[in-house]
Design a protein around this ligand. Structure first.
Ligand SMILES: Cc1ncc(COP(=O)(O)O)c(C=O)c1O
Length: 473
């Protein structure tokens, strides 16, 4: 047997290359796309090691490297240190970050971080709209062009509500935005120049990863422990690289649920002051005041931005949020927002602010937190004894899979049992290896009964042995 024949025999995937048209690496990527589309290659399938495929196809390793890189750029595969190049799952190739449920038939989607469906939301909105309908002058004002920082009256209303939630801030420190993602993007776009670096927990919110990538920013992962980013690792990174902004989720990191102690927050502020970092705290995953620590904007107001959004407490479709920033940064941020869209729309702002100010929202939010707590209790009951990290009011939990489960197999096995989950890949900054863990969202299940059914399926799957790995010859 020649080297090439031996390599061909060992390749789990051996593309038929059309060598007559265009560069070879492109032909290889086109064949890869075709095999994925036809179902010949499935999400999670591992592509052959580069040298092996090069030998099998009698091309240079450089051609394969270029092809794999192009396939990654086209979103066909994920390359991770330690686990090779794998065909992307449908979830991670969805650039919209899971905004639509993928549950079909009887399956239950536990992959989305969305508020729990309740008739109360619609009832409250209907009542609010009726009240607003009696105030045409207010409605008309909301239809006018708004100032770029946002309507002053709405900012006042929002500040009053935030103060009731132990988040005191002044109206002129606030810029109204179209939700949390907009505030994330606006901050990076305005305050970090292309080529400069941002840093975050090594596992972080995929919207931040996407924003940094779109803007051509360097995004550096800070190694984590159970409290989130480690100060010693951050200090080392700051000594090696010029970091402009640190992205933080101190209450409960999405996805890992890591929560920062007061001492951890102080340590990070101390490093930020020494290395002159801006701090961007994302408070979108909103939790009650009595289970929250001190936000960074109160520890280091001169360098901290804070993001609020109604997406997790009222409704994501309202697209309404706010960015708190130090006074010296506000002119830049306002000018940037003006250049993007002039101002955020008045009508959703009016609805959101009146909803919060009316007191109705508090009942909805309270109901929601109680329902989330009950669902957290179900999670602890069904998955007792497993390594789970979460916040008692969090929409999601992070399950470290027991040995020898791999996330790709677990996600596939869960889907086979009608439960949709996602693994760590979409949350990984850069090409660092993804931990063998899955995020379990408790809120998209329509009710506790269906959540319990899904959790029972996961418990049964965990008790099984994972499928045997394919053995390449
Ligand atoms: C941490 C975090 N930040 C921002 C967002 C986006 O928020 P919004 O829907 O308000 O744009 C999300 C949504 O899941 C999130 O989890």
């Amino acid at each position: 047997m020649t080297i090439n024949e031996r390599a061909r025999a060992r390749c789990a995937w051996l593309p038929q290359l059309d060598r007559s048209r265009g560069p070879l690496y492109k032909a290889l990527v086109d064949q890869l796309a075709a095999d994925i589309a036809s179902g010949g290659l499935k999400p999670g399938d591992r592509l052959p090691p580069q040298r092996l495929l090069a030998d099998a196809l009698e091309v240079t390793v450089g051609t394969i490297t270029r092809a794999y890189r192009e396939a990654e750029r086209r979103g066909l595969v994920d390359a991770r240190v330690g686990s090779g190049t794998r065909v992307r799952g449908q979830q991670s190739s969805d650039p919209a970050f899971h905004h639509l449920s993928r549950a079909t038939g009887d399956s239950i989607d536990l992959s989305l971080s969305i508020p729990i469906v309740t008739p109360l939301r619609g009832q409250q909105l209907a009542e609010l709209m009726q009240r607003l309908a009696t105030r045409p002058e207010v409605l008309t004002t909301s239809l006018e062009y708004q100032p770029e920082q946002g309507n002053a009256g709405m900012r006042e209303q929002l500040c009053a509500w935030l103060a009731s939630q132990d988040l005191p801030m002044a109206a002129d420190e606030l810029l109204l935005t179209e939700g949390g993602q907009h505030a994330d993007f606006l901050t990076l776009q305005t305050l970090v120049r292309p080529g400069e670096a941002v840093a975050s927990d090594a596992l972080t919110y995929p919207g931040m990863i996407a924003a940094a990538r779109h803007l051509g920013l360097k995004h550096l992962p800070v190694p984590m422990d159970t409290e989130g980013m480690r100060p010693d690792a951050l200090e080392r990174l700051c000594q090696q690289q010029r970091i402009r902004l640190l992205y933080l989720m101190p209450e409960h990191n999405n996805p890992t649920g890591a929560c920062m102690s007061p001492a951890r927050r102080e340590a990070i502020v101390e490093i930020a002051r020494r290395h002159d970092l801006l701090l961007l705290e994302d408070g979108v995953q909103f939790v009650p005041a009595d289970s929250r620590g001190l936000p960074f904007y109160r520890l280091a107001p001169e360098r901290s931005l804070y993001i609020f959004s109604v997406s997790k407490i009222l409704a994501g479709g309202l697209r309404f949020g706010a960015l708190r920033a130090p006074a010296n940064l506000m002119p830049q941020l306002s000018a940037s927002l003006r250049a993007q869209c002039w101002a955020t729309p008045g009508l959703p702002g009016l609805v959101a602010c009146e909803w919060l100010a009316s007191g109705m929202a508090d009942a909805l939010i309270e109901w929601h937190w109680q329902e989330v707590s009950a669902r957290q209790a179900l999670l602890r009951e069904y998955l007792a004894g497993y390594d789970i990290q979460s916040h008692p009011c969090s929409f999601h939990a992070w399950l470290h899979l027991p040995e020898p489960w791999r996330a790709v197999d677990f996600v596939r096995g869960a889907a086979g049992r009608g439960v949709i989950l996602i693994g760590a890949d979409p949350f990984c900054v850069g090409s660092q290896p993804a931990p063998q863990a899955v995020r379990i969202c408790l809120t998209p299940a329509p009710d506790r009964e269906s959540l319990a059914r899904a959790l029972r399926q996961l418990a049964e799957l965990l008790a099984e042995a994972p499928p045997l790995p394919a053995i390449p010859i």
